[in-house]
Design a protein around this ligand. Structure first.
Ligand SMILES: [Zn+2]
Length: 296
């Protein structure tokens, strides 16, 4: 299949066995729940699951655009995170990727997290670890090197991992439900506009503004030479980067398999390029309506 990222770039991402909601004031966060679980965390290949990741993300965006209440937001963000892990905003959003070495971090403009594009790194760090004490999660910078400090055994197990992974794979790392939902809504609105324009469903002249303005960050890559043919191996630093990358490739492909169901409006992955409905049920129901219309 055309979108087989897997053969080129296997890339593992960590998710915990479960997540829970925690509150700081009114803000709701999703945090790994490590109590009482045998299977605390596991790794999966993001690119091999990208079809369902994109479909689930876009449907989260769709649901939350239609019903923006706290219950819908939490339920859909939780459903997503439980399957695929947190998105990794902390390492995706900074423009200066070595921000942990600096006093300040500069954020991308469209970042879902803060309207301030410059923040103190200490404050930025705290944004993602609001429930951890200093003993549980802190860092020092010595001789141009960042060292994560933690007395917790799960964090110690990550010591061999890259700095990015020590941060976003931490059992103390969390993301606000609102960030996840806003990102999903943004992706859905871009997708929907492109889809409708392509399918001539609407006459809108302002599409360029929504679509062109969103900036997808560059994803580093290496070149593999396992055989005589060189292969690109993408090195996304987070689930979010992998999604941004795959979204662009799919949407801009002639054979874009992501579609909107003509009956229920859900986003689905069309294995058959001619498919118009997300399920046999939707196709049947649509046919029932059509024949009723005829018989009027
Ligand atoms: Zn449907």
């Amino acid at each position: 299949m055309e979108f087989n990222f897997k053969s080129n770039s296997p890339y593992s991402y960590m998710r915990y066995g479960n997540y829970e909601a925690k509150y700081k004031g009114k803000e709701q966060y999703l945090v790994p729940n490590i109590e009482g679980l045998l299977n605390i965390r596991d790794l999966y290949d993001m690119f091999s699951k990208m079809d369902s990741i994109l479909v689930d993300l876009l449907n989260m965006g769709r649901m939350c655009s239609e019903a923006n209440d706290e219950r819908t937001k939490f339920a859909s963000a939780y459903f997503f995170v439980k399957q695929y892990g947190l998105l990794g905003f902390m390492v995706d959003i900074p423009i200066n990727t070595d921000f942990m070495l600096m006093n300040e971090v500069t954020l991308k403009e469209d970042n879902f997290i803060s309207n301030n594009c410059i923040m103190k790194t200490k404050d930025y760090f705290k944004l993602f670890f609001p429930f951890a004490t200093t003993d549980e999660m802190s860092y020092t910078v010595t001789d141009g090197k960042v060292v994560i400090k933690s007395t917790f055994y799960l964090q110690e197990m990550l010591q061999q991992a890259s700095l990015n992974n020590q941060l976003i794979y931490s059992n103390f790392y969390c993301e606000k439900v609102d960030w996840i939902v806003e990102y999903a809504k943004k992706m859905y609105s871009i997708f929907k506009k492109i889809y409708e324009k392509q399918n001539n469903d609407v006459q809108e002249f302002n599409i360029e503004n929504t679509v062109n303005k969103y900036y997808f960050s560059g994803v580093p890559y290496t070149i593999n030479m396992y055989s005589q043919t060189p292969e690109i191996s993408w090195q996304p630093n987070s689930l979010k980067q992998a999604i941004d990358l795959s979204f662009g490739f799919m949407i801009c492909s002639e054979k874009n398999p992501l579609k909107i169901c003509k009956h229920c409006g859900k986003v689905f992955y069309a294995k058959n390029p001619k498919a118009e409905y997300c399920s046999p049920q939707c196709r049947n129901q649509a046919n029932v309506y059509k024949s009723r219309e005829k018989n009027k």
